[in-house]
Design a protein. Structure first.
Length: 256
């Protein structure tokens, strides 16, 4: 290792990254990290104004960024997202599947519509977006897919079984994608965050938030920025020998 090699570890200059759910919370923090590491970033979420506001913010950090309104449950929107990305930047190197639907319904009261809405965003969308991106990832010398899952996939999830099951499914897809894509030089990994101080978290009753905090060793919520280090590791050359794994970033809760 010399200085030049060290400086290149987390350098993503010239690479193009898609971040779904990239206009707020963890997604926006990841987008900021990628821009500051030199990448071109495409943020996607359902609301056009939120996309443009996030992209403007990212450009204010000195990077190249665009927003593409995208519903992660719409296959047509996902196709447009990839096509717009390649048209804008000429390539696609990294895909971050971050968009999620935290729909809560207890077992015994679950509806078919809720099942479909949860699955479309949390499982079908990420899998088919990766499939759409695959030809472009194959053409990249630095290709990576990052699936944002959740520690809920490992734990009991009363009322949130739809969400937790979808995240568990994405862990399985992460491993299968890693095995299937390795011959094309594409690395695939996941991050499983614990409780993070986001709008999604704040929609929970305070008692539920306190319970989640109490389950961690560090006795606090994470900030969205605390997901950036693991994401950069898995998506940059610093993680060149890491594929098919899940990094748990949860303040020490899950090992308990």
């Amino acid at each position: 290792m010399d200085r030049d090699a060290f400086d290149r570890l987390f350098d993503m200059t010239g690479r193009t990254v898609i971040v779904t759910g990239g206009t707020r919370g963890i997604g926006l923090a990841l987008a900021e990290g990628f821009v500051l590491a030199g990448a071109n970033v495409v943020v996607a979420s359902r609301k056009a104004d939120a996309c443009e506001q996030a992209a403007k913010h990212l450009r204010g950090l000195g990077g190249q960024a665009v927003g593409v309104p995208t519903h992660a449950g719409s296959i047509e929107d996902l196709d447009i997202l990839v096509d717009r990305t390649v048209a804008e930047f000429g390539a696609l190197d990294v895909l971050v599947n971050n968009a999620a639907n935290a729909l809560a319904q207890p077992l015994g009261e679950m509806t078919v519509d809720a099942w479909a809405k949860s699955n479309e965003v949390n499982v079908r969308g990420p899998v088919f977006l990766a499939q759409k991106a695959l030809p472009h990832l194959k053409a990249s010398k630095h290709a990576a897919v990052l699936n944002m899952v959740s520690v809920g996939a490992f734990n009991f999830a009363p009322s949130l079984s739809l969400y937790a099951a979808g995240k568990a499914a994405m862990m399985s897809f992460t491993r299968s994608m890693a095995a299937e894509f390795v011959g094309d030089g594409i690395r695939v990994n996941a991050i499983a965050p614990g409780p993070v101080d986001t709008d999604m978290m704040r929609n929970n009753p305070q008692q539920a938030i306190d319970h989640m905090i109490g389950g961690t060793l560090m006795k606090r919520l994470a900030t969205p920025d605390e997901m950036v280090g693991a994401a950069l590791l898995l998506c940059s050359d610093a993680g060149s020998y890491i594929t098919g794994t899940v990094i748990i970033v949860d303040g020490g809760g899950t090992p308990r």
